[in-house]
Design a protein around this ligand. Structure first.
Ligand code: TRP
Length: 453
């Protein structure tokens, strides 16, 4: 029997879907990566370019993924069997998605595990009364302990599996209804605190005063790549989530809401982190260590610093969890829909597999840090490169080509509910999807392959 014969569980409400999809989008990408790449690329001008990439490349592809999922009503691979025919070559898009989201989950859990460890450190008072040098050193102590890192990676995977086991409505949606508002409130508290400190105004200036002379070609490429990552595109995630949508939902409106929430959270997180940094007179360009090393030092210098640090790492952990469940759901949905596996078996076994594949990534910071067989990269770096720089852009490119060029236009019009004034919108969307998005992604991919060097 094929799983598609069973009645499909749908989201309890569209708002629940928006929370879950925004939960997928809002993650380490927003709170850890966006602030540090914005810092490295000099602020304002990069922010503008990033916003343009979200609007011109991200939202059109997001809409295309929602369209595929809602129309196919199956997992990311099965959708193309429905929209085309079983065995269609387009099913490769789904396979790219399953591979990308699985590998992503394996190493995402490692970094997310660090945030769990920091939650415990902050809650137990281990951060209090330490000098800045000591706090900075805690990160090194953590990542160089294989046992500790693997333990928290495992805890994180177990938490992810536990939520996905509950199913779409009672697991993912219910959890998102708690995690997302909590996330928002935590971020607002920290943002308010940051803005009131003396670094608030310099942070606003850094983020919103564009100095285009600081912009490099690499910044443009990073902005496109990050737009993919932050909206969870190219990995079958949004296709899978949209397959649980009711047939009447307005996809354009939903896509806009998801993108707006994601962008809002990224901007708030960056402003918060920069205002704390500027208060302490630190330049925001300090790289990946910004969140785990610089930020705790700075937070602890503020009144109630250890509470603020606890709130911050809770925020990071929640954001990571609402993203990782969406990664796991892609493969679980595939096994449930195509192989008729019971959900518990799919979630359990995929979780164990993702954990095991993630162990070498956890070891990349300690025992295996000098083991670099992948063109001078550690296992962790190789996984990140494969997924973020190749698989996600490839998946997104194929989605854009499929909906832009292959899927009949009248179907898009019907699906997007365009009879009335919306025709114009759908037309602009199609132009972006047919020309702008593929061109941008192809340039990024060619650059990755070193064609421009
Ligand atoms: N978007 C999330 C973040 O910003 C990560 C994420 C979840 C993701 N699912 C994904 C990234 C699928 C790419 C593909 O952290």
């Amino acid at each position: 029997m094929n799983g598609s014969n069973r009645p499909r569980v749908l989201w309890a409400s569209r708002f629940g879907f928006v929370l879950a999809a925004a939960g997928s989008a809002i993650g380490l990408g927003n709170i850890w990566k966006f602030p540090y790449i914005t810092g490295q690329h000099g602020g304002g001008a990069f922010v503008l370019v990033y916003l343009a990439c979200i609007a011109l490349v991200g939202v059109p592809i997001l809409m295309a993924e929602l369209l595929i999922g809602r129309q196919g009503r199956r997992d990311a691979v099965g959708c193309f069997a429905v929209l085309e025919r079983p065995g269609s070559p387009w099913m490769i898009v789904g396979w790219v998605g399953v591979a990308a989201s699985f590998i992503l989950l394996s190493f995402y859990a490692v970094v997310a595990g660090w945030s769990f460890d920091y939650v415990v450190m902050a809650a137990s008072g281990a951060l209090r009364g330490r000098s800045p040098v000591e706090i900075e050193g805690l990160f090194g102590v953590l990542v160089s302990s294989p046992g500790r890192v693997i333990f928290w990676q495992g805890v994180f995977v177990v938490a992810t599996v536990a939520i996905v086991l509950g199913g779409v409505r009672d697991g993912i949606e219910r959890c998102s209804r708690i995690l997302m508002p909590a996330l928002f409130i935590l971020l607002l508290v920290l943002f308010g605190r940051g803005l009131m400190s003396s670094g608030g105004v310099p942070a606003l200036r850094f983020m919103f005063q564009a100095d285009f002379s600081a912009l490099t070609p690499q910044a443009l490429l990073d902005a496109v790549g990050h737009a993919f990552f932050t909206l969870s595109l190219g990995a079958g995630t949004m296709i899978t989530y949209a397959s649980y949508l009711d047939p009447e939902a307005d996809l354009g409106g939903l896509a806009l809401r998801i993108a707006l929430l994601d962008t809002l959270m990224a901007l708030l997180a960056a402003l918060t982190i920069f205002s704390v940094a500027f208060t302490a007179g630190i330049e925001p360009g300090s790289g990946p260590g910004l969140v785990f090393q610089t930020l705790p030092i700075l937070l602890l210098e503020l009144p109630f610093g250890s509470v603020l640090a606890l709130l911050f790492f809770l925020l990071l952990a929640f954001a990571a969890l609402s993203s990782s469940i969406s990664m796991l759901e892609v493969t679980v949905a595939y096994l449930v829909d195509e192989k008729s596996w019971p959900r518990w078996r799919a979630a359990g076994l995929v979780g164990i597999a993702a954990f095991l594949v993630g162990v070498p990534s956890a070891l990349s910071f300690n025992l295996w840090q000098d083991f670099k067989p992948f063109f001078g990269r550690t296992f962790f770096e190789a996984c990140d490169l494969l997924v973020s720089s190749y698989l996600l852009p490839l998946g997104g490119l194929l989605v854009a080509i499929y909906i832009g060029w292959v899927w009949p236009r009248r179907h898009s019009l019907a699906e997007l509910g365009a009879g009335r004034q919306q025709q114009r919108w759908v037309h602009s969307w199609q132009l972006l999807l047919r020309y702008v998005a593929p061109a941008a992604v192809i340039i990024v991919l060619l650059n990755q392959m070193g064609v421009f060097r």
